[in-house]
Ligand binder design. Structure first.
Ligand SMILES: *[C@@H]1O[C@H](CO)[C@@H](O)[C@H](O)[C@H]1NC(C)=O
Ligand SMILES: *[C@@H]1O[C@H](CO)[C@@H](O)[C@H](O)[C@H]1NC(C)=O
Ligand SMILES: *[C@@H]1O[C@H](CO)[C@@H](O)[C@H](O)[C@H]1NC(C)=O
Ligand SMILES: *[C@@H]1O[C@H](CO)[C@@H](O)[C@H](O)[C@H]1NC(C)=O
Length: 395
């Protein structure tokens, strides 16, 4: 029991370490400079934002509950667009009341319009985005300037009397606009595009550069790849290839059980974070990933229970049936885990090298398994031959 407890504790410490690692990684960036002067107007505050070299300058007027803003970002090309807005309903893109700027057909004048980024616009790329005139946020005196491909959107936001001064800012940039309908196209979905949001306390300037959702997402990814994706297959290999060795007899079992229970404990934390992630997305986008995850969780839980409920070695034929059951569920679970981890990495999109690294890890395990498999078969073959020779002689 103490053994189990200390194992749980060390698993939890491991989780803590990862969360810290992830947050260090997240807050280390964005120390670029920012300007407080735009278009001849001087602002009292400014912040470099965490993506695309964007910056935000502002002045809060407590007397009339207004905030003057200057948002600055490089569109990358004269055919693209730059957008920024306040989301009064949450930290993500859906619900953002946006100001989007782009060039006219002659690429000489920059235009800015208001847009309501609904759930449909956010999650159904085929939904066209048209200018809106009934935003839930009041912007006045909106104007735009450009120098090369760098755009500055200036505006005044009118806070409602009891609105919090901590505001969710969401911005992005895209690469095409349908000028006939003033309809900006979608943007890429790189991790930079998805990290383009920040919650800023407009009074103190304090900010959280990555939303809780993003932190949970990263922790979910890292923990699940390590627990389900790495520890569990290693635990399976320990059982399969150590067990036949006569000297490794109770050892393989203890290693297998230790590996699988700590992977399971850690994995349950990762699974819980995955469920928590659903509360950040208004539309469940990744239902397939979620469903496979639930199946894996159920199967793995059955495996842990099976460990407790296993019949004694000598109770034939039950032990044989139990073995077949335990192995079938085990291999199925591992297969599902590999599939779901790869789709999960694709969803998180932390960069190609992570996908390649995980696939390389799996390939390495498969190669090691193939070699060990060959060795085991050979040993089995030799044993059989020996037995065949020995059996008649013993009669
Ligand atoms: C709000 O008050 C400030 C400071 O008095 C002033 O400069 C600004 O023009 C006012 N804004 C609006 C929209 O009335
Ligand atoms: C683009 O330039 C042409 C010729 O200079 C002009 O006739 C046209 O009105 C301009 N279009 C816009 C949208 O400014
Ligand atoms: C603006 O009006 C459109 C059409 O009536 C509606 O679908 C949309 O929800 C409204 N947006 C806001 C922010 O009220
Ligand atoms: C103040 O906030 C409450 C909810 O917190 C909301 O129902 C109400 O409409 C707000 N009042 C104004 C004037 O915005």
């Amino acid at each position: 029991m103490i053994d189990m407890e200390s194992r749980v504790m060390s698993s939890l410490r491991l989780v803590g370490a990862f969360v810290i690692l992830v947050s260090l990684f997240q807050t280390g960036s964005a120390q670029a400079s920012c300007s407080k002067i735009y278009s001849g107007q001087t602002f009292t505050e400014c912040r470099p934002l965490n993506t695309f070299g964007a910056t935000l300058a502002w002045t809060l007027h407590e007397v009339n509950h207004t905030i003057d803003f200057a948002f600055n970002e490089d569109a990358g090309s004269l055919a693209g667009w730059v957008g920024w807005g306040i989301n009064p309903t949450g930290g993500l893109m859906p619900g953002t009341q946006a100001l989007v700027a782009f060039w006219d057909a002659n690429r000489t004048n920059v235009i800015v319009r208001e847009y309501d980024l609904t759930v449909d616009v956010a999650y159904r790329p085929e939904t066209p985005l048209f200018p809106a005139n009934n935003l839930s946020v009041l912007y006045t005196d909106t104007r735009v300037e450009a120098a090369g491909t760098v755009v500055t959107i200036l505006s005044t936001l009118h806070l409602t009397p009891n609105q919090s001064v901590t505001l969710n800012h969401v911005w992005n940039r895209g690469f095409r606009v349908v000028l006939a309908t003033l309809s900006p196209g979608g943007h890429h979905l790189t991790s930079e595009n998805r990290a383009s949001r920040v919650k800023i306390n407009m009074v103190t300037g304090g900010f959280t550069s990555v939303s809780d959702g993003e932190r949970v997402k990263n922790a979910h990814g890292i923990i699940n790849v390590i627990s389900w994706g790495m520890l569990m297959p290693i635990g399976v290999m320990i059982a399969r290839y150590l067990r036949p060795l006569p000297k490794a007899d109770p050892l393989w079992f203890h290693l297998h059980r230790a590996c699988q229970t700590s992977a399971y404990v850690l994995g349950v934390v990762g699974f819980g974070l995955g469920l928590k992630l659903q509360t950040y997305a208004p539309v469940l986008l990744y239902s397939k990933h979620r469903n496979i995850g639930v199946v894996i969780f159920v199967l793995a839980t059955l495996q842990v229970l099976a460990l407790v409920l296993r019949p004694h070695k000598d109770t034939k034929p039950w032990r044989r049936y139990w073995n077949i059951y335990h192995h079938t569920i085990g291999y199925t679970t591992i297969l599902l885990i590999v599939i779901n981890n790869i789709t999960g990495i694709d969803i998180l999109d932390p960069g190609k090298r992570f996908r390649i690294a995980y696939i390389a890890f799996v390939a390495f395990l498969v190669a090691v398994a193939a070699i060990l498999e060959a060795i085991s078969w050979r040993r089995w073959w030799i044993m059989r031959k020996k037995l065949k020779i020995e059996v008649p002689s013993s009669i």
